[in-house]
Design a protein around this ligand. Sequence first.
Ligand code: NOJ
Ligand code: NOJ
Ligand code: CA
Ligand code: CA
Length: 712
Amino acid sequence: MRFSKVAAGLAAFAFLFGLGLPAHAVPDTSVTNKQNFSTDVVYQIVTDRLVDGNPANNPGGAAFSADCSQKKLYCGGDWKGITNKINDGYLTGMGITAIWISQPVENITAIINYSGTNSTAYHGYWARDFKKPNLAYGSFTDFTNLIAAAHAKNIKVIIDFAPNHTSPASQADAGFAENGRLYDNGTLLSGYTSDPNGYFHHNGGTDFSTLESGIYRNLFDLADLNHNHATIDTYFKNAIKAWLDLGIDGIRWDAVKHMPFGWQKSMMAYINGYKPVFSFGEWFLGTDEVDPNNHAFANKSGMSLLDFQFGQKVRQVFKAGTHDMTSLHQMITDTASQYAQVNDQVTFIDNHDMDRFHVVGANQRKLEQALAFTLTARGVPAIYYGTEQYMTGVGDPNNRAKMTSFSTTTTAYKLISKLAPLRKSNPALAYGTTQQRWLSSNVYIYERQFGPNIVVVAINRDLVNSTPISGFFTALPAGSYTDVLAGLGLNGNNITVNAGGGVSNFTLAAGAIAVWQRTAATSTPTIGHVGPMMARAGNTITIDGRGFGATKGTVFFGATAVTGANILSWEDSQVKVLVPNIAAGNYNVSVRNAGLVTSGTYNGFQLLSGAQVTVRFVVNNAFTALGENVYLTGDKFELTNWSTSAPIGPLFNQVVHAYPTWYYDVSVPASTTIQFKFIKKNGGAVTWEGGSNHTFTTPASGTATVNVNWQP
Ligand code: NOJ
Ligand code: NOJ
Ligand code: CA
Ligand code: CA
């Protein structure tokens, strides 16, 4: 234990002083590991708002606010400015190992006046050409310079990507803004009002009442793209390929609740077969909102989600104070079963669409506790820029102010700089289970564990009263443990663990945050992460963990053993393996070391039937009784293998087609003859279509629509 503590300390030292990778770095902590962000801490940057590194690229005239007092105008921040903050050590000094930047693509330059306020595309969400850079952020050279500078400091780069829409448009007014026009590397594809090829949806704005309305109608006034059109599908696959080829490490997908799920799955299958990078979507959930569709998306689409259940709960507990620690623990318990890979969901306490966590006049300890919790809880933590400077701001755009300061001496900055390196050095934070060890309304002591690696965190939310702690047991071996946060003024304490795991009684001070930890090597194979979790035969999968040993062993997909040349690399903490050519389906992955010891299973890997295309399935004349809905099932894994208990659907019947016609966009294997039928379900009661199965041969690429009549 002593030795590992020293090693962890050295790793932390190396990160604190911006020395990059410690010499003995394990592969799961490396910047080259683009599938696994579990050991990372993400810093979310609104590119226009961090640093103006190059005043020459600032938009002129009415689009620009030099002092950033007009927060819907450009304020000058750019990729050069971010590069400067990487090079001067501000980010590495905080332990940041990934940045998430605004959508980098070319945006409209029009200024839109909304109720008297001039608005620009400073935020990056009003795209015009997804294959070009936003010149206010910089050139392609500035972008690749940013990537190179980041990678040199072991920092990954995540881009925001928003293929749901182009820019604001009005069906009634071709002169409004830039009419949502979409360009393909400079060539006009279409505007919104005159759209002969149907590249856009023209179904009005969504009222958010149903999933279907949210997907096929406009999000606010944003010109909504039709991903069922082969040109749009191919355009986005080529566009994301170009950004992947520039070296990005991750993608944050905007508005995933508003794009066809089948199209997004085919997109992820494409990326995972080309250059897999960690991907997470934005599916906004309000306070107390729990949505099974959100869980299903995270578990099946091939990408993770921003964990709004986590973020909203943390805000209730530490910001608003409306909920207590038992509610916080309940969220941890609930999400552990709702999300198949809960460690892959991206956690946060605020972002550019929420009020900033810190409020003028609030006790800063609230923010510090929320940060400490997020940095030590399951999930990939993302910290919104300026949080470490206690920036405030209620509502958009006040929550997106120009970065106020780059102080490296704030308590929040120092707190992050202590805990972020711990995510690299102690795999309990990246991969571990969470166990409640002591819980009351105000005190939460929880233990993260991955094999012999353990982190225990104690937080007292009561900023006035201390709490005596007795009856606290831990898996930490007997010994004394110093508080990782000692010296930061966060009121933590050291503990003594006795034989049997009982902790000597102590008093947890008012407002305390304390962290105790140990690391140890293991020779028992233990999987921490598998990525990507959706791929096809022949794709490469990266398995991170501990105790795999130095000698090549076996990887199992269910009962299928993969050995020899199909294992591309084998290290004690990482294995790269080719997905075997076996039946498509859900598989549990496990690793057997050369000594024939087998790990536990990492569950839920989706082995696809092959390369994917999106097909729209349409069925006419499907009349249903009240409470009855139409679903799709068929003979491929992607069509649920004739499942009637969990078929695809319920299908939609209101926007693109209307009842009694039903439709759904589905990711299916390319160049494949599929068989399918529609079924009607009312609760558990199933009514099959009559006749023989429908058959359809899917295209090799692009998209297709298959339109049939319900067979009575
Ligand atoms: C969600 C983004 O986070 C938000 O800021 C943006 O305005 C909308 N999606 C539309 O792109
Ligand atoms: C049962 C259905 O009745 C039939 O139509 C379908 O072809 C088969 N399931 C597929 O196994
Ligand atoms: Ca600039
Ligand atoms: Ca849409």
